[in-house]
Structure formats: C-alpha cells, structure tokens
Design a binder for this molecule. Sequence first.
Ligand SMILES: NC(=O)c1ccc[n+]([C@@H]2O[C@H](COP(=O)([O-])OP(=O)(O)OC[C@H]3O[C@@H](n4cnc5c(N)ncnc54)[C@H](O)[C@@H]3O)[C@@H](O)[C@H]2O)c1
Length: 284
Amino acid sequence: MRHEVKTVGVIGGGYMGMGIAEVNAAAGLRVVVRDLAQFLDGAKQRIETSLNGQVKRGRIDAAKRDEILGRITFTSELSDVANCDLILEAVPESPDLKKSVLGELDEIVTPDVVIGTNTSSIPIAELAGAVKNPGRIVGIHFFGPVPAMKLVEVVVALDTSPETVEIAKAHAERLGKHPILTGDRSGFIVNFLLVGQVIEAIRMFEQGFASKEDIDNGMKFGAGHPMGPLALADLIGLDVIDAIANSLFDEFKRDQYASPALLKRMIAAGRLGRKSGRGFYEYA
Ligand SMILES: NC(=O)c1ccc[n+]([C@@H]2O[C@H](COP(=O)([O-])OP(=O)(O)OC[C@H]3O[C@@H](n4cnc5c(N)ncnc54)[C@H](O)[C@@H]3O)[C@@H](O)[C@H]2O)c1
C-alpha cells in the first residue's frame, strides 16, 4: 500500500469535505476537491469563509491563508483524483450514492491507494461490498467543524487490511488529529452515543415536554456540553441526523432510533439547520 501521501483527493465539497480539504492543505498536502459542477463555487466560498474567519481571529495571517488556498484545486471530473495518494470521500450520507462513488473510485484509483469514507453511520463493510478491493476501504470519520475538532474515528471493517488501518491512523496524526479505532457497526462509537441523545432531545421538544432553549441549556449548564443537542443538530445538519437515525434504526431495530416525525417535516420544509439558515434556531 502507498504510505507516502503528498496529494489527497477529497470527494464532496460540502461542510465536511471542505473542512477535510482545509486541514489537509494546512498540513502541507496538495488537495484535489471533486464536487458536482454546480456546487464548486459554493465549495470554494465555504473554505474562503472558514480561512478568512481564522485570519480575523488572528490564528493565521493572510499569506498563510493564500498558501493553503493555493494547494487546493477544484474539479467536477472524478478522473482528476486518479493520481492521488489517498482518497477521502465525503458525499451525502446515502448508502446507494456512497456505494456508487466508491465503486467508481475503485475503478480509477490504483489498488495500492487507501480510500477512506467519512460516513457518519453506515457500516463500512456494506460500502466496501461495492468495490473489488475492499482491503483498502476504511472509515476515516472526521468531526465538524473539522479544523476545530481533534477526533478521527478509524473504522475497521471485516475486510479492511491492517496496512490500510495503519495508513489511516498515521494520516490522522499527520493532520494533528487524535485517531481512535472502532469496530464496524452503525454509528461507530461517537454517533451511537451522541445521536441517540439528539433524537431523544428532538422527541422531547416535539412532545412539548420542554422548550428548545431549556433542553439545550440543560445539557450545556448541567452536563458541561459546549452546545445543547438541538443546536448541535442544527450544526450537523438535520438531513444528516435523519440519515444517521435511519442507519442506526436499520442496524439495531430499536424504536429509540426511529427518526422523529418532526425531523422529517423540518427537512421537507427545507429547514436543514445552519446550512439552510433555519433549523431549530434561525441563523443570519
Ligand atoms: N455534518 C456533519 O457534522 C458530519 C460529521 C461527520 C461526518 N459527516 C458525514 O460526511 C458526509 C458529508 O456530509 P456533509 O455534512 O459535508 O454534507 P453536505 O451536504 O454539506 O456535502 C455533501 C457534498 O457532496 C456533494 N456531492 C453529491 N454527490 C456527489 C458526487 N457524486 N461526487 C462528488 N460530490 C458529490 C454535494 O454537492 C455536497 O457539496 C456524510 O457522509 C455525513 O454523514 C457529516
């Protein structure tokens, strides 16, 4: 397997993909971001906003921002990632979409290259089943906002090779992240524990048991969480929470993971959280 990584292909330039692109470029790597043509401008804006925010806060200077941006290229052609040394996939949380993207990547990227998927909850073996070389598929699960969050879950599936796991761990460390190893079941370690709580909070609010502010303040001031579960759902994206709930429900068949009706109605109404300007809360 290819241990020396100089260029990283990031598939999907959304909230997570651009965070992943940013931390890789900040670590000195060249990055090729692939998204659908109509979303490339949005992807560029996303990273510029993030880096400009860091300049404003004095974390980096304008020259560093330009240097990081200069290492990232954008493309709508999947074939442009064919020569990358590592692939990180961050397309939306749909098993069918991810399988088709991973299947295409497996065809064009040489077999010695590790392909990590940033899925939040889909068992990796299910995704690896769509490719000819499942040994190189591994979960490399970042947390948002990627530049700020230290954790990377490295998810080891049935057929993930030990060398692939080593490369994934080493890469996370190179980015200054803290990798943890987890087995392969829906939600892995963190989302299994965290999203169960977010779903319960949505149900509490849906049932009129408490106000959204009191639910969030309860966990902020009582449990020391940096934000409450409903504000967290807005940050993650309500569509992503729904997809994780569906995946957990499929895996464990427990009623507690059934996606709440309110969540589905909010998604149908376009209230996806911060990314659409409105979720449980309103955003400017
Ligand atoms: N949102 C979070 O906090 C979070 C945290 C960890 C992991 N994740 C996971 O990361 C993945 C992406 O989530 P997100 O929040 O960034 O979603 P997002 O909707 O912000 O971004 C997804 C991007 O993928 C693009 N895309 C769609 N089809 C594509 C294709 N065929 N090729 C290339 N790009 C394509 C979309 O245009 C979009 O820009 C999901 O699997 C999600 O579960 C999300």
